[in-house]
Design a protein around this ligand. Sequence first.
Ligand code: PLP
Length: 482
Amino acid sequence: MKIVHQSSMKQQLPRLRPLTSPWMFNIMENTQLQQELFDTYGSPINVHDLPSFVGNIKEYLEILDTYPFKSQIFFARKANKFRNLINAAVNAGIGVDTASYQELKQCLDLKVQADKLISTAAIKNNKLLELAVQEGVLLIIDNQDELQQLLRVAKRLDTPAKIGIRVSGFAYQGKKLYSRFGFDIDTVEHTLHDFFRESGNKTYLQVEGLHFHLDGYSTAQRGHSIHQSLDLAMRLREQGFTVSFIDIGGGILMNYLASKNEWKTFQDTLQQALLDNHRPITYNNDGLGYSTRNGKVEGTLATYPYYNENSKASFLRDILETPDAHSRTVAQRLHALKVELRLEPGRSLLNQVGMTMARVAHRKVDATGTHLVGLEMNMSQMMSSSADFLLDPFVAFQARDGAKPAVEVYFTGAYCLERDILLKRKIALPQLPDIGDTIFFVNTAGYMMHFFETEAHLFQRARNLALPQKKATYGLKDFEGE
Ligand SMILES: Cc1ncc(COP(=O)(O)O)c(C=O)c1O
């Protein structure tokens, strides 16, 4: 048995080889274990390597430890629903950012301490507000209605609520950074001043800090937004508010791919395919964000930037080293002003943590002569919020046969939709997989596994399993369920 990527065909499709970890190959190279896992848990299965998760946490903690200012990390739990990650995060010394009543309740049921939890839910009903107030969990407040609603809840329960104020609309290069979330930075001071003029409001709603989360992956935008938040924090302190932290949300980049060249070649080839200068490399010649007009390619690649040189720790360092107009860095100001930095990374804490494995159900050739390989999984079980997940999958062939011809395939899923194509890229393989072979999609723990998972056709959701410890080889008993 041999693990193989793509074959060396004459007209090669561009490859996008992913970064991988040894634990993944440990499973990929053991076809017997794969059969046992499928027989026990069905297909697909999401495997999570907890030591990799803890390693990512430590990497951030180590960076932050090199700075004198106070800091806290909260794992953005929305990026992955697997319950076992909660204890792993807390035991590694960080908190959890929850985004719904259920996420918060689950953490409290797991006995996570209130000061290790925050709620950043986009929509907050009374049930969530009551739970957070009763348990003393800090809520990030998005708008005036939430302020009023929370005030009523806090008064009714006669218990003060801890809050952070979410802010947006930071100035950057002469423009405002638009967001549908938060209070506008240009008016928030006035709004808070008016709201808290009412005697008693400060007793029931205790402002502890400021929060923002930016779309996109610019370190400079984040750095300048922290500087503006620090300026706002100082003005609010002068008005008697306690602003002890600035929470900068998530969005720290991670790198999925091994080769910069492959990333570039893929984009070039995709554009050439759209211009008819190359055979299609995607299903229905999908431009993944690019389109053509008058013989020219327009638009941008609408996927996650899967290849990044500045990711994780270095990305964070760049934010902290961003200078303001007086050449003071973010790190220097946080320290001088005694403001705690809070982070809510989701995806980047899940770097190298997950792998989705699915069993081959059938093979066919469609009317255009294209091989379609049907997997026991559906599109919602590995779905990107962007145009596609651009990592080469791996195949574990039960019987590798060098005499068999190489093929190019699309992987198809179980939903009755023409568009249930698991990867939009055509994938070259050294031979056609057999029924029962295993296809592996690596590094899927951040958003890919769960965020869009649905139960159409009454399909059960995929089983989530954890590998709690690093081992030289794994057996069925090493995998823990929820
Ligand atoms: C408020 C907030 N915090 C944290 C995150 C996590 O971001 P990421 O997974 O990119 O680190 C998000 C993602 O949408 C968010 O909206």
